[in-house]
Design a protein around this ligand. Structure first.
Ligand code: NAP
Length: 230
């Protein structure tokens, strides 16, 4: 009987892992994506897109598909799906493997300030920055819009469908990996004096931290949600 694997993805790590699993003849692979971005990545195996309907929906999916193993390679900030995977796998006695993304390491010259959550990061941005590069994704922008204050440069993967509610903001579109050269150019172009980022870790989006170090720009890093690996 094949090992029927559900790979919870949406990350570079999941994409790389899917390619390794796809060439293993003992594995039948289903990759699951939340569908947060318009352009779906080209992945091997069967790809399904969209939520399961909570932990119970995921449990029903695992049972109906006869999944024998789940690999959670989701983003460090995607806490809900990870919690649901833990609950559903525990309920059915299915092994669950978590792919942990290492945290970024601080280097000499880094001027990092830690925020416990997005609300705190928004308050810090309003206090510390005048031209703030926001790289937190499209989900958690509301607290920054509410605080007003600085001019924002907001990097998104897809163009927003509606107004983001900021008084002054420029939108730049881009999807990692980013190079140091491009990150430095972006920060210089907008005279960025503060960077805000999730503490996502991983190499694909690390160049912005090196660019900030190089340009002596402070960084507000939002801690990973509770329950995520430190
Ligand atoms: P989340 O809060 O963990 O997930 C919310 C819901 O989305 C889940 O309950 C689940 O819906 C669905 N979902 C998430 N990942 C899924 C997957 N791989 N397959 C199927 N359904 C999935 O995560 P999020 O709302 O997507 O994102 C939270 C944070 O993570 C944001 O800061 C975002 O920028 C960051 N992030 C997420 C992804 C991603 O692919 N999800 C990628 C990069 C960054 P049901 O409850 O209906 O099953």
């Amino acid at each position: 009987m094949p090992d029927k694997v559900l790979l919870l993805g949406g990350t570079l790590e999941a994409a790389l892992l899917s390619r390794r699993l796809a060439v293993d003849p003992s594995v039948e692979l289903i990759v699951s994506l939340a569908g947060r971005v318009a352009a779906l990545p080209d992945l091997p195996g069967r790809v399904r897109v969209g939520g399961f309907g909570g932990a119970e929906g995921l449990r029903d999916f695992l049972r109906a598909e006869g999944i024998t193993r789940v690999i959670d390679a989701t983003h460090p900030f995607a806490a809900a799906i990870s919690a649901h995977a833990a609950q559903a796998c525990a309920a059915l006695g299915i092994p669950l493997q978590r792919v942990e993304r290492p945290q970024w390491c601080r280097h000499p010259g880094d001027r990092w300030h830690w925020a416990d959550d997005m609300g705190m990061a928004a308050r810090m941005a309003a206090a510390l920055g005048r031209r703030v590069l926001l790289t937190v994704g499209k989900g958690p922008l509301a607290p920054f819009a509410r605080h007003g204050g600085p001019d924002y440069v907001i990097r998104l993967i897809d163009p927003p469908k509606a107004s983001l509610g900021f008084r002054r903001a420029a939108i730049v579109l881009g999807r990692g990996p980013f190079t140091l050269k491009d990150e430095v150019a972006l920060m210089r172009r907008f005279s960025v004096d503060l960077l805000v980022s999730k503490a996502s870790g991983g190499p694909a989006t690390e160049a912005k931290l090196a660019a900030a170090r190089m340009l002596d720009v402070p960084v507000v890093l939002v801690k990973r949600p509770l329950g995520a690996a430190e």
